[in-house]
Design a protein around this ligand. Structure first.
Ligand SMILES: NC(=O)c1ccc[n+]([C@@H]2O[C@H](COP(=O)([O-])OP(=O)(O)OC[C@H]3O[C@@H](n4cnc5c(N)ncnc54)[C@H](OP(=O)(O)O)[C@@H]3O)[C@@H](O)[C@H]2O)c1
Length: 317
């Protein structure tokens, strides 16, 4: 049996449950690639899985390797793999059912992966997939952003928000970013024309009306956000409890203003779309810090402190 090094959990809990261990190297199926991992990241969902909050959706076989984001080099391809070859630099969002970014190797279905753009470092690329794909899917599939639209991003300085400002700008929107006082400069640098400092102003009191809202923050009612939309506008919800999604969709029957909740797909095609924007040089990852994988517990603690601009990356190996 081939084994690899990995950061594992053998129980749910605080960031201190992580430990270095040895585990069987994943075996690939016909449509999968084996990737030597260089980078991963810490997302709120990684912390949720670690704490056992998603136990009813994700049945982990313990000990388990977490990490929904992955970047690295292809070292083996399954018989049916046509999109990649050994030596390619790839990245992917593995989703909550697979995880696996915090190990030396990861098996990835070819349909999940995309080539890393040349202008992106292979380790830093591990910070991109989950958050970047969420924004690309939101602004191209669920609420296509077009030139001249007014877009509001609530939670604009976090992992998702820092892409959201840039991608909305790329598509020609006028962006209002909602962030804390400390992050105003960052939001402006990324292209936001207008800022709402949530520490000083309640966004629900704004008199502006928007074509698209992306809400990255828990605790704000979807009906309240809808009131900030123009007729025909769309409010995208990513941070709310999925149990509420049917109610949100039902409410759309009675209004031209729509609430669109969604969970990001693990599709490499979506990541390819984002990759083109990154390749153009107009979209850049915002990374607060890259931790070596031996400091994964610290990285999770840092992310859970809520005091991050952009992303926390993990250097694997
Ligand atoms: N549905 C999906 O598929 C999907 C995909 C990705 C993420 N998500 C979810 O989306 C949420 C955001 O993810 P993320 O990776 O961007 O998280 P994150 O990096 O932790 O960013 C969240 C940001 O929210 C800001 N914030 C906190 N309180 C706020 C408030 N009252 N008003 C406005 N902004 C506030 C913080 O910025 P300051 O520093 O300025 O306070 C923080 O940077 C998480 O709940 C995550 O689980 C869902």
């Amino acid at each position: 049996m081939k084994t690899m090094k990995a950061i594992l959990i053998n129980q749910y809990g605080t960031p201190d449950v992580f430990y270095f261990g040895e585990i069987e190297t994943p075996k690939i199926k016909g449509d999968e690639i084996l990737v030597k991992v260089f980078g991963s990241s810490v997302n709120p969902v990684d912390a949720g899985i670690r704490r056992g909050l998603l136990k009813s959706f994700v049945r982990l076989k313990l000990p388990a390797v977490l990490g929904v984001d992955v970047s690295g080099k292809v070292v083996e391809t399954g018989r049916a793999v046509s999109r990649f070859k050994v030596g390619d630099n790839v990245y992917a969002f593995l989703g909550i059912h697979r995880n696996g970014g915090y190990g030396e190797f990861a098996a990835i279905p070819q349909s999940f992966a995309a080539l890393i753009p040349d202008n992106l470092n292979i380790t830093e690329a591990g910070t991109v997939p989950g958050v970047g794909m969420t924004v690309y899917e939101a602004f191209t599939v669920h609420a296509p952003v077009k030139k001249g639209m007014l877009v509001l991003i609530n939670g604009a300085s976090g992992g998702v928000g820092t892409y959201a400002i840039q991608v909305a700008k790329y598509f020609g929107a006028e962006v209002t970013a909602v962030c804390s006082t400390e992050r105003i400069d960052l939001a402006k640098q990324l292209g936001a024309e207008k800022i709402i400092d949530y520490k000083k102003q309640n966004i629900l009191n704004t008199t502006e009306r928007y074509d698209v809202i992306l809400n990255c923050v828990r605790g704000i009612g979807f009906r309240q956000l809808k009131k900030l939309l123009k007729p025909g506008g769309k409010s995208i919800v990513i941070a709310d409890n999925p149990m509420k999604f049917p109610l949100m969709k039902l409410s759309n029957l009675f209004s031209s203003r729509k609430t669109i909740p969604f969970i990001v797909k693990t599709e490499g095609k979506i990541l390819e779309g984002l990759s083109k924007l990154i390749q153009s040089g107009k979209i850049k990852p915002v990374i607060e810090k890259i931790y070596p994988w031996k400091d994964l517990s610290q990285a999770h603690k840092h992310m859970e402190s809520g005091k991050i601009a952009g992303k926390i990356g993990i250097k694997i190996n």
